[in-house]
Design a protein around this ligand. Structure first.
Ligand SMILES: [Zn+2]
Length: 213
């Protein structure tokens, strides 16, 4: 499975601004964290950008299309003149059944994580990145950079947001999420440890416990 992750904006385009934060920085930080979680699950990850650089929208979709990615996920923050506007919403391209399913997986996962202030729902939009990508695509607006409660989430809960987005993507792909443990080992060992924990053989804190060998 190949996932194309697109951190919104970058370089000369800061995206939305609010409370001293720039959308491009939050989008990049969360996107890279999402990618790390996906890679841990043996999902191939391709990024539009991994640094603070500017790319045209068409460059982003060209990269995804050339790479033959299975899905395209663009990560953004919202903004509004009305500082009370807040919440999370995820977009797909109109009439794309798979895109809608992908958007729903991401939105639902964020709702489950409880890292949001308001559920604005899944929506469709004729965004260039959704229109020009050849694969199922979704664009998530994590929260409003212009709202004080949302801003706190964007500033302090990037790990949790990334985890929620990654879990949503994994769910769409049908890949089971595996908890990151403190033990640095391969996914199969983590699964074995989960199994041992379920059986009550271990609480997971001592992987070298002789009873496990
Ligand atoms: Zn944006």
């Amino acid at each position: 499975m190949k996932v194309f992750l697109d951190a919104g904006h970058g370089g000369k385009d800061p995206g939305a601004l609010g409370n001293g934060l720039q959308e491009k920085d939050i989008a990049l930080s969360v996107t890279l964290k999402v990618g790390e979680i996906l890679k841990r699950h043996n999902v191939e990850v391709i990024y539009s950008r991994t640094t603070d650089v500017f790319l045209e929208l068409s460059e982003r979709t060209n990269l995804a299309n050339k790479a033959n990615a299975d899905i395209f996920v663009s990560i953004h923050c919202n903004a509004a003149e009305n500082v009370n506007a807040k919440g999370v919403e995820t977009f797909s391209y109109p009439n794309s059944t798979k895109g809608t399913a992908l958007a729903k997986c991401i939105q639902d996962s964020i709702l489950q994580s409880k890292i949001y202030t308001l559920n604005r729902g899944i929506k469709t939009a004729n965004f260039a990145v959704l229109r020009q990508s050849n694969m199922p695509s979704a664009l998530v607006e994590l929260a409003f950079i212009t709202n004080i409660d949302d801003f706190k989430i964007l500033k302090d809960k990037q790990e949790e947001l990334a985890l929620a987005v990654a879990k949503g993507i994994l769910n769409y792909l049908g890949v089971k999420y595996i908890e990151k443990t403190k033990i640095d080992c391969s996914p199969w060992a983590v699964e074995a440890m989960e199994w041992a924990k379920k059986l009550g053989l271990t609480d997971g804190t001592n992987p070298k416990d002789s009873r496990l060998i």
